[in-house]
Design a protein around this ligand. Structure first.
Ligand code: GLC
Length: 475
């Protein structure tokens, strides 16, 4: 963890630096999920996994942006995916939901189209959440979508739909299971543990055998067993035997290939993916209207790309699979923005900046720097008096450690004038109103891979003796 201020905190506190890089949102859903907090993953990884990791992660590092889908029996109720436990619903009651879980035809294809249009390059769907209901034609339990309500293999439909839209396929799987008779007693009863761990390995084997190439396995909550009790090394060994090119996350008690900060953006020394919701909950929540704006989503995606990570953004479809209108709209807007500005996100190298601007953010690829202006710097009153802001409109960046060779607006291609000295880059001749109604991106070619570090210039200001300053005359 670094001691840099987070962009959001920075903005919130109008310049007062805070000490966290982690961007957290306090919301009821996050608080509830604390109950399922992940134990610190052990560093154990398999040799084969280590040797092939970089190559297996290559497409994913380019992709940057994925769609998470939380969908299951809980979607019938519409009070999030933890409803069974948080409201204490008796299992025989909860099971009845399966009869009412009747997705409309072709729904996975709708999501896949939505994801593609949003600029998302992969999708991860809940195949079994904590409720224990299997969304595929498993032979290991009849609590599944083929034998109950839908009478369809929803995992099969999902995999096919993602592939048809050219997207990579990810399967989410919760180790914790509130429904299975051995799901809790396995913690203390060795015979139950054996049955339940065999069952878990068996379900994973089906998922990774029956649907062709799977690109991501996204484990979740390993309560109530340790990684040794889950036989997590054997689990991963099986996974890599069945799917040699797959990538796995870190939530089965082992470190896996990438970390999974949740409801926060937290850079790590290794591959990481921040997952977040568009409103407060993961599963469909009827009256939750606290939607993130498209601009906020772009901001979060950019911050992930800036720090070298990925962004997995969730939708929580209704029981028939319909995606809430607000999500469709926001994803559409983000997609249009990415159509014009994707060059600043996909394949970004990370590390463009080690400090945040007060109106901007930065990504880079090779020697190209992208400045993302969230708030267009037009019309500062100060421009009437200070040369620094003339001629309007000026966008200035302090502490850029490379020489700029050329600059333009990414969306329009408009070439821009600029001046640069040791402390600041001033881009001038900008249009008075932002060329992009969400976030305007400027593309700058530099002489070396660019890094922006505002903080370094503190030591470099040409400082004067305060006593020599002539007091300003009253206006
Ligand atoms: C948590 C929650 C779960 C959600 C997941 C997404 O572990 O328990 O409901 O699926 O995070 O990251």
């Amino acid at each position: 963890m670094s001691d840099r201020p987070s962009r959001r905190n920075f903005l919130k506190t109008a310049g007062a630096a805070t000490s966290a890089l982690v961007l957290t949102h306090v919301n009821p859903a996050a608080a509830q999920e604390k109950g399922a907090a992940q134990t610190e993953a052990t560093p154990v990884t398999l040799k084969v996994q280590e040797d092939t990791r970089d190559q297996r992660l290559r497409w994913w590092r380019q992709a940057k942006f994925g769609m998470f889908i939380h969908w299951g029996l809980y979607s019938v109720i519409g009070q999030q995916e933890w409803v069974m436990e948080s409201e204490g619903i008796p299992i025989p009651q909860y099971e009845l939901l399966a009869q009412y879980f009747k997705p409309k035809p072709g729904v996975a294809r709708e999501w896949a189209r939505l994801a593609r249009r949003a600029g998302q390059k992969y999708m991860v769907m809940t195949t079994k959440h904590h409720e224990g209901f299997c969304m595929w034609n498993t032979k290991l339990t009849n609590y599944n979508s083929m034998q109950q309500g839908p009478q369809r293999d929803l995992v099969g439909e999902f995999v096919e739909a993602a592939r048809a839209e050219g997207l990579k396929v990810g399967l989410y799987y919760s180790l914790m299971d509130w429904h299975h008779p051995d799901g809790a007693i396995c913690a203390t009863d060795p015979a139950a543990r054996k049955r339940f761990v065999d069952y878990t390995h068996g379900l994973l084997r089906e998922l990774l055998t029956n649907y062709g190439k799977i690109d991501i396995l996204w484990y979740d909550v390993d309560w109530p067993l340790t990684w040794q009790q889950w036989r997590a090394e054997d689990m991963n060994r099986m996974v890599f035997n069945l799917q040699p090119e797959i990538i796995v996350n870190n939530r089965n008690g082992l470190a896996g290939d990438f970390s999974t900060p949740e409801h926060k953006i937290e850079a790590a020394q290794r591959a990481w993916e921040s997952c977040d919701t568009m409103n407060l909950g993961w599963g469909f929540q009827l009256h939750d209207t606290e939607w993130k704006s498209p601009k906020r989503i772009i901001n979060d995606l950019t911050t992930c790309a800036q720090q070298g990570g990925n962004y997995l953004l969730n939708i929580g479809p209704q029981l028939d699979g319909t995606v809430p209108e607000a999500s469709v709209k926001a994803l559409g807007d983000v997609g249009k923005w990415l159509d014009a500005n994707g060059r600043a996100i996909y394949g970004a190298d990370g590390g463009a900046s080690i400090s945040f601007g007060n109106f901007d953010n930065f990504t880079r690829r090779g020697k190209t720097l992208y400045i993302h202006a969230y708030f267009w710097p037009s019309h500062t009153l100060a421009a009437e008096w200070l040369n620094f802001f003339k001629p309007p409109t000026v966008l200035a960046v302090g502490g850029l450690k490379s020489k700029v060779l050329s600059a333009k607006v990414l969306r329009t291609g408009q070439k821009l004038e600029f001046t640069q000295d040791a402390t600041t880059l001033r881009i001038t001749g900008l249009p008075e109103t932002a060329p992009d109604d969400l976030v305007t991106v400027l593309e700058l070619e530099c002489d070396i891979p660019p890094v922006v570090d505002h903080h370094t210039i503190r030591t470099q200001w040409k400082r004067y003796d305060v006593n020599t300053i002539v007091p300003p005359r009253p206006l």
